[in-house]
Design a protein around this ligand. Structure first.
Ligand code: GDD
Ligand code: MN
Length: 350
């Protein structure tokens, strides 16, 4: 028997069929290992009988929070973490995928010095039930790969996680979106020592997964947000470069239908809007007009080079797309560092 106080947080949406099994499994752990265990269910107004079910169990250690005005897995988890008053918190799915038997091992990891723990499919002893479609597997692998800049945790996508409540309270700038609250917590709580406890991930028996295309889109946004948080300068520069590449495409197309000067202006304007939005997202808002003016001025240095190189190629190589490509590209190569640095320092200040 362990004396630690532990709150299990169970985010649910339409899980009334799975809940009885889950509660039974957690109750068993409470009886065998962790007498001071509480359960907080954060339900997003499923309206499927969850409330009646919990009322019926009549167990003082189980608490149901129904959110009426908010939806989403991550914010539900955060809500549970805020409400839990125990020393330790464990978050797990309600659909039976995560074995309750791993909970005591996760608590052991935390009491032995880990500052974060996850139930992991990808360490020795962990596994995933067969029948995961190839697509879901590839999906999970790509998502995990995208998390590599932030953590070396093998199963960083796991929704089965544990941490001290104090660690959660130390989170800086928490910005929960989509499904990957574990990754968000590891990064924003600055967790270094993450211990992975092997689990067998079971396929959901009842109900349906809520992992939709929208959720995957949100994950992409989440990764970008995290990158901006951990590597702001790098993200700014690479976004600037990517916008530059798109601007080159716009320039070549424009050149095929418009005069040279207008094409240059079109490409600069195109770059301005995307750079303002994505490369210099943090810039404080001076008027867009003065930003535009500054941007055009700075870019005009490279634009002059572009003008001459493009016209030379139009006359001598007689190919407009080729001229646009060579002119635009050389202007970008000449201008990228210059344009980036001066726009960053003069136009898009923090
Ligand atoms: N409150 C609330 N609100 N709960 C939600 C919501 C929501 O909007 N969406 C999902 N949940 C709950 C579900 O009821 C379930 O208990 C848990 O969150 C996980 O949802 P699933 O729909 O079963 O997700 P999954 O199986 O596709 O994804 C799981 O595995 C992934 C790794 O493969 C989750 O654990 C993910 O976090 C994990 O990345
Ligand atoms: Mn699931």
């Amino acid at each position: 028997m362990k004396q630690e106080t532990v709150t299990i947080i169970l985010p649910t949406y339409e899980e009334v069929d799975s809940l009885p099994f889950l509660i039974a499994a957690v109750a068993e752990i409470k009886k065998q290992d962790l007498p001071n265990l509480q359960l907080i269910i954060v339900d997003d107004n499923s309206d499927d009988g969850t409330e009646a079910l919990i009322a019926e169990t009549n167990s003082p250690w189980i608490r149901l929070i129904v959110r009426h005005h908010e939806k989403g897995l991550s914010t539900a988890v955060v809500r549970g973490l805020e409400e839990g008053e125990s020393e330790f918190c464990i978050v797990k799915d309600a659909d039976g995928s995560h074995p309750a038997s791993a909970i005591p091992h996760m608590i052991d990891a935390l009491t032995n010095g880990a500052d974060f723990t996850v139930g992991s499919r990808y360490v020795q002893g962990g596994s995933t039930e067969d029948g995961w479609g190839v697509l879901r597997w590839i999906n999970s692998k790509i998502a995990t790969l995208m998390a590599r800049p932030f953590t070396t945790v093998k199963d960083s996508m796991s929704g089965f996680l544990g941490l001290r409540r104090d660690t959660f309270l130390s989170a800086y700038n928490l910005d929960p979106v989509g499904y990957k609250i574990g990754l968000e917590l590891i990064v924003k709580c600055g967790c270094k020592n993450v211990v992975e406890v092997p689990i067998h991930f079971r396929t959901r028996q009842l109900g349906e997964s809520k992992l939709t295309l929208k959720v995957q889109w949100e994950y992409l946004q989440h990764v970008i947000r995290l990158l901006r948080y951990t590597h702001p300068k790098l993200v700014s520069f690479f976004t600037f470069a990517a916008v530059g590449v798109s601007g080159l495409g716009v320039y070549i197309l424009a050149l095929m239908v418009m005069p040279l000067i207008v094409s240059i202006w079109t490409a600069i304007t195109w770059n301005f809007f995307w750079d303002r939005k994505y490369a210099f997202w943090y810039a404080r808002s001076t008027t867009i007009f003065s930003q535009y003016l500054g941007f055009v001025l700075i870019c005009s240095v490279g634009a002059v080079a572009n003008y001459f190189i493009t016209s030379w190629f139009v006359e001598n190589a007689h190919s407009i797309p080729l001229a646009g490509f060579v002119g635009g590209l050389s202007a970008s190569v000449i201008g990228i560092a210059f344009n980036f640095v001066f726009n960053k320092v003069l136009v898009f200040r923090k």
